[in-house]
Design a protein around this ligand. Structure first.
Ligand code: SF4
Length: 374
């Protein structure tokens, strides 16, 4: 029997096309799309306003299949980390971070990563494969359902009734290196017939794949976060090999260009603080000068490094992080320090996946993440 089409892989225009190929009307596609994404329904029999004959046809030709939860860890502060099974012993992590005015889901885009940033344990593991649309949007679909079951507070905000009000493409992998599935998944997040998130509430975080930043500008300009992590090319190339292909000036020019259509009027730059590498007061001054020279309105998010075995890096002392922040703020930039969340469930960020899958004695691509890389 032919493999049934997984409807979670399809944006509404593609689902409409698929329905047309089955001889069905476009409004039927919209109805089914809403059942799947707005109500979290996978069982065609439960789609009660769909004619029985169509339901029977869908049961024979289609399915709604998301990755299964392998494990889930809940923190006292409300953070929930999910480990999803994406086949042949591979796991990916998805993290829900509740705050007073939002519920943010950090979503993965690849199994492993090819970019080899030196401070990132995902990068150390190498690249395994890209995730499909159903595996990316499936993280949002499953998390919303599961968080509702767990009683995660729904937001007062009438606009968003479900636990996930914001998404950051900042889990495992470089989202711009899995371009089409990531863009399709974000289109579903934004679709009013699915999750209805505004472009401001969906953030893509990239290590700086410049040609694809330009493509994203045309395709679906959501909020952009860029992993900068260094004030100059010499340091950045040492810790991020991608800088050899797209050095800082090229990257910042693409960021400036992107702002023409971005939903926010600034770019968020991520900056992981590595002791003795990029954390000196002079580095902060140089960073401010670099951003000013590029004329990119910026917010800098300082990330305390979370050491992992054989990383070769150490954590910057707290007072030095604050000094770095002060220098940037004195230079006129908004600079924040990332709060650590869910410490009690995951002492070393991202070690969950390796532990769980190893325990299952399966071949595993270790999915350690470091400092929420992307
Ligand atoms: S920081 Fe991001 S781009 Fe770099 S290796 Fe890690 S996951 Fe890949």
């Amino acid at each position: 029997m032919a493999e049934r089409t997984n409807l979670l892989d399809l944006t509404l225009p593609r689902l409409t096309e698929w329905f047309a190929q089955q001889g069905e009307k476009p409004f039927r596609a919209k109805q089914v799309f809403r059942w799947i994404h707005q109500r979290g329904v996978a069982d065609f029999d439960a789609m009660t306003d769909i004619a029985k004959s169509l339901r029977e046809k869908l049961k024979a030709t289609a399915q709604v299949r998301a990755p299964a939860i392998l494990s889930e860890h809940r923190s006292e502060d409300g953070t929930v980390k999910f480990l999803f099974d994406v086949g042949v012993g591979n796991g990916i992590e998805t993290v829900f971070i509740p705050e007073d005015d939002r519920g943010t889901l950090c979503v993965s885009s690849q199994v492993g990563c090819a970019l080899d940033c030196k401070f990132c344990s995902t990068g150390r593991q190498g690249f395994n494969r890209d995730l499909s649309v159903s595996e990316i949007i499936g993280q949002v679909w499953v998390a919303n359902k599961r968080l509702e079951e767990l009683g995660a507070a729904r937001l007062e905000d009438a606009e968003y009734h479900r636990p996930v009000s914001n998404v950051v493409m900042m889990g495992m992998g470089e989202p711009l290196n899995n371009f089409a599935p990531v863009v399709d998944s974000m289109a579903i997040m934004l679709d009013d017939n699915a999750y209805g998130l505004s472009r401001r509430r969906v953030t893509l975080s990239t290590s700086g794949v410049v040609p694809n930043i330009r493509k994203l500008k045309e395709a679906l300009p959501v909020a952009l976060a860029v992993s900068l992590h260094a004030p100059n090319d010499a340091i950045r190339s040492k810790i991020m090999p991608i800088n050899d292909a797209y050095p800082i000036a090229t990257l910042l020019a693409a960021c400036k260009d992107y702002l023409e259509v971005a939903p926010r009027d600034f770019i968020t730059f991520e900056y992981v603080m590595l002791k003795g590498v990029n954390d000196a007061p002079d580095h902060a001054r140089e960073l401010a000068r670099t951003l000013a020279a590029a004329k990119v309105p910026a917010k800098v998010n300082l990330i305390p490094f979370n050491p992992f075995p054989e990383s070769g890096f150490e954590k910057t002392e707290r007072d030095r992080v604050h000094l770095f922040q002060k220098i940037l703020m004195d230079a006129g930039y908004i600079a924040t320090i990332r709060k650590t969340r869910g410490d009690d469930i995951d002492a070393a960020c991202g070690q969950l996946a390796g532990q769980v899958v190893n325990r299952m004695k399966r071949k595993v691509v270790n999915v350690h993440r470091q400092a929420r890389p992307h």
